[in-house]
Design a protein around this ligand. Structure first.
Ligand SMILES: O=C(O)CCC(=O)C(=O)O
Length: 319
C-alpha cells in the first residue's frame, strides 16, 4: 500500500532524480527549444506537449520508396539491402536478412552465457537489461557501424544507442508500442532492432507485429483515463493500457505478422508499430534474441508509462 503510494507520488521520484543530473541533463536544451518549463528532474509526460506541433520525421512525411533512392548512402548498399529498406514508410518495419554472420551470432551467444555464468548479467524477470554497459561485445553488436548507418538513414537523422535487452526465451508480452515505454517529443524519435540469435518457430515464442499500425495516432495516458494529476500518476494498471491497445486493434484491420527468423536476421521497427511476443509453447526450447533501442539525438526523451524523464548513462565505447 505504502509502496504503491510512493510509486505513484511524483515528488518521490523527482527527489531521486535531483541526484541524477548528469543522466538527465540531456533534456534541458530541448525543453528550452520547445518552450517547456521544466527542471531536469521534473516529471514529464505527453500532457506537457498538448498544443505543441510535433514535426514529423522525414520518413513519416515522405515515403522511403521516393526518398531513399536519392540518398548516396542508400546507393552504397547492396541491391538486396536496398530492396529491404524501401517498404519502411508503408509497413513500419523492415527485415534485414542474415545481417549478422553465424560467427557474430555465436560470439554474442557465447558472451550471454559468459555474463550469465559469471553473475555479471543483470536480469529483470526474463530480460537481461543493459548488457551494453558491462559487455564490449554486446555494445559493439548493438552499435554495429553498418546497422547504425541503416538506422540513421531510415530515421533521416543521427540516432544514439540507448538500451539493450537480451532474451533467452520468448517474452510472451501482450501487444504494445515502444512509444508508450520509451517516449519522445517530437513523437516518433526512437527505433528498435530485434536481432535473432537463433531460429524462431511457432514453438519458441516468435515476435508478432501489425503491419502499418505505426500510422495510428500515438496512444498516451490520457487516451485511457490515466493522465493523473500534478502530484500523482494515473490510477490505471498496465493491463488497462494493453486492453486499450486490443480495443484499438479491433477497430482496424491491420495484418498480423509473425516473424519466423533465421539466426542473424534483424527486424527494425518504428516506435509506434504495435508488436508483442507469441506464446512460447515448447519450454524445452530457448529463443535467444537481442533487442536494442535508439533515441534521436534531438528529441526530448522520457517514459510516458511512468511520466519520468529518461536516465541516460554514457556508453563506454572500447577504443
Ligand atoms: O522479443 C519479444 O518477444 C518482444 C520484445 C518486445 O516487445 C520489446 O522489446 O518491446
Amino acid at each position: 500500500m505504502i509502496s504503491q503510494f510512493i510509486r505513484k507520488f511524483k515528488p518521490s521520484y523527482e527527489l531521486y532524480n535531483l541526484f541524477k543530473r548528469s543522466e538527465l541533463e540531456h533534456n534541458i536544451e530541448k525543453y528550452k527549444k520547445y518552450g517547456i518549463h521544466k527542471k531536469y528532474y521534473s516529471s514529464v509526460s505527453s500532457n506537457d506537449f498538448i498544443g505543441l506541433e510535433s514535426p514529423l520525421n522525414i520518413h513519416d512525411k515522405f515515403n522511403t520508396r521516393d526518398t531513399l533512392p536519392k540518398e548516396p548512402s542508400f546507393q552504397n548498399l547492396s541491391k538486396q539491402r536496398q530492396e529491404e529498406l524501401l517498404p519502411w514508410s508503408d509497413r513500419g518495419y523492415i527485415i534485414l536478412k542474415r545481417f549478422f554472420s553465424p560467427d557474430r551470432v555465436q560470439q554474442i551467444n557465447d558472451e550471454v552465457r559468459r555474463l550469465d555464468q559469471s553473475n555479471k548479467a543483470r536480469w529483470v524477470g526474463n530480460k537481461m537489461m543493459f548488457a551494453i554497459h558491462y559487455s564490449d561485445i554486446m555494445l559493439k553488436a548493438s552499435a554495429d557501424p553498418e546497422l547504425m548507418r541503416i538506422i540513421n538513414l531510415i530515421m533521416g537523422k543521427k540516432m544514439d544507442l540507448f538500451q539493450s535487452i537480451n532474451f533467452l526465451t520468448g517474452s510472451e508480452q501482450r501487444t504494445h508500442s515502444d512509444s508508450y515505454h520509451m517516449s519522445t517529443f517530437p513523437y516518433g524519435n526512437i527505433i528498435a532492432a530485434w536481432i535473432a540469435l537463433e531460429k524462431t518457430t511457432d514453438q519458441n515464442g516468435p515476435l508478432h507485429y501489425y503491419e502499418g499500425s505505426h500510422k495510428l495516432p500515438y496512444l498516451v495516458n490520457r487516451d485511457f483515463g490515466n493522465a493523473g494529476t500534478n502530484l500523482f500518476l494515473g490510477k490505471k494498471q498496465y493491463s488497462d493500457y494493453e486492453d486499450k491497445i486490443e480495443d484499438v486493434l479491433a477497430e482496424h484491420n491491420f495484418e498480423r505478422k509473425i516473424l519466423l527468423a533465421e539466426p542473424g536476421d534483424v527486424l527494425l521497427w518504428h516506435s509506434n508499430l504495435l508488436h508483442g511476443g507469441e506464446p512460447h509453447h515448447d519450454k524445452s526450447l530457448t529463443r535467444k534474441s537481442l533487442v536494442t533501442h535508439y533515441y534521436a539525438e534531438d528529441a526530448i526523451c522520457y517514459h510516458e508509462v511512468s511520466q519520468r524523464p529518461t536516465l541516460k548513462r554514457p556508453l563506454d565505447f572500447p577504443q
